[in-house]
Design a protein around this ligand. Sequence first.
Ligand code: DGL
Length: 268
Amino acid sequence: MDKRPIGVFDSGLGGLTVVKELMKWLPREDIVYFGDTARIPYGTRSNETVIRYSEQCIRFLLSQGIKMIVIACNTVSSISLDIVKEKFDIPILGVIEPGAREAAASTRNKRLGVIGTQATIRSRAYEKAVSRLDPEIRIFTNPCTLFVPIVEEGWNDSKIALLTAERYLDSMRDEDIDTLLLGCTHYPLLEDAIGKVMGPEVRLVNPAEATALEVGRILKTRGILNEGEAEARYNFFVSDLGEKFEELGGRFLGREIKCARKIEIEKF
Ligand code: DGL
């Protein structure tokens, strides 16, 4: 039994989609969230920069006395996971393995689509993880760079979202995939547009739920699950408190965010 919080971080507020699932599946666990809102997006940056940023995020979370780290960002999970696991002495889980497992289990015809940021797709992290699970699965990938700003702008249900999805996913439609992995924190918010373009026969996989379930397994195996009765506490930190913070945060989390605090991430 360990009452310390779980630390979760992302390049911005998109990782709150993972927090939402953690709240649902592990309601006793306290959570400290850090969103690097001043430096988003990570998805178009070099590996070197993403690694440096992720190490700073982890050092900040460690200063909060956490028992485990969840990297909610697909870009960071793709690029930095192995490096930070070596460097820091704390359990660290990314979203790639859980997402890949769910997608591999979902495809019946062994034709899987993966979409994400440029950095995630370039890293081939999802492809490698899926191939380790089942080398027969054929994987089709595409970076969908504009999806992130569309969600940040709140245009999820707009004609622009639909047209952009059509443009990015047109080639994917010809590949006869039966599962599409949404390999970016923001893409689950575009499920309607993506679903309309891909059609009802293509299952959309969001790694957030599988990640939360895996966190539960890790805490249990290590004997560090919080089995107390107290109501869970949530603390939110960001590197910039922009105008749209509450609106955007609420959209990702599915509920209001209270009392987010700003920190100087460059100091960590
Ligand atoms: N959080 C990032 C991801 O899941 C998307 C936003 C960004 O590019 O930083 O890849």
